[in-house]
Design a protein around this ligand. Structure first.
Ligand code: AP5
Ligand code: MG
Length: 215
């Protein structure tokens, strides 16, 4: 079982690939963005706090994120492996993750960095739609649901994410460059980074990930 991190700018395809990876390798998929969105939907105090930052495209403060991820990693299904999507996102988060794993005698196996040009990302994100109920992903041009506004999987309502407007997306890119991109070097120095070309369709990207994992 693998202990993996999926890194990459907003819209790089982390969620899309995470679904495929977690199915093939039987790994729990831990997306901090999804956890926050669930909390927002349920109106929890954490969700209310996170929403203030997410709606602006800013990062949620480290102290709220790190504890949340450590609690999740404590659960039984993460004992042998996991797939982190969207965490870590700052050098501080990465250091805390390393400390946590080494305190358990563990370490990461690989960090998969999805690389996609910014103009492609913008188009992907502004066109993205998601199911409000099951979270299935669509794109108005490349992957529309069979019936407009209705999820193919569960029949739920298909909507635009609150942080997928052009203005917020541009800020998310800036935040990514400033706070998250330094992780590329951080993991390169530890010899953990696998750079994966993130364009060319989800199946092709997945093939490259599988070959980087070597099984
Ligand atoms: P999060 O939910 O993690 O968002 P993100 O990193 O901005 O990335 P996205 O989920 O938007 O994109 P993705 O890479 O998953 O791409 P997807 O597969 O959907 O975080 C949201 C917010 O939460 C953050 O801004 C922050 O506020 C907060 N947050 C979360 N984690 C945090 C942390 N650790 N610390 C602090 N704050 C945190 O694909 C995008 C689109 O492209 C889809 O329409 C898809 O269908 C399409 N697509 C995917 N792959 C392909 C392909 N190969 N070819 C063509 N189209 C494709
Ligand atoms: Mg995602």
């Amino acid at each position: 079982m693998f202990k993996l991190v999926l890194l990459g700018p907003p819209g790089a395809g982390k969620g899309t690939q995470a679904k495929k990876i977690s199915e093939k390798y039987n790994l729990p998929h831990i997306s901090t963005g999804d956890i926050f969105r669930r909390n927002i939907k349920e109106g929890t105090p954490l969700g209310m706090k996170a929403k203030e930052y997410m709606d602006k495209g800013e990062l949620v403060p480290d102290e709220l994120v790190i504890e949340l991820v450590e609690d999740r990693l404590e659960q039984d299904d993460c004992k042998d492996g996991f797939l982190l999507d969207g965490f870590p996102r700052t050098v501080n988060q990465a250091e805390k993750l390393d400390e946590y794993l080494s305190s358990k005698g563990n370490s990461l196996d690989l960090v998969i960095d999805l690389e996609v040009d910014e103009d492609i990302l913008l188009d992907r994100m502004i066109g993205r739609r998601v199911c409000k109920v099951c979270g299935a992903n669509y794109h108005i041009k490349t992957m529309p649901p069979k019936k407009e506004g209705v999820c193919d999987v569960c029949g739920g309502e298909v909507i635009q994410r609150a942080d997928d407007t052009e203005e917020t997306v541009r800020n998310r890119f800036e935040v990514y460059q400033r706070q998250t991109a330094p992780l590329i070097e951080y993991y390169q120095e530890k010899n953990l980074l696998a750079k994966i070309e993130g364009t060319g369709g989800p199946d092709k990207v997945f093939e490259s990930i599988v070959s980087a994992l070597g099984v």
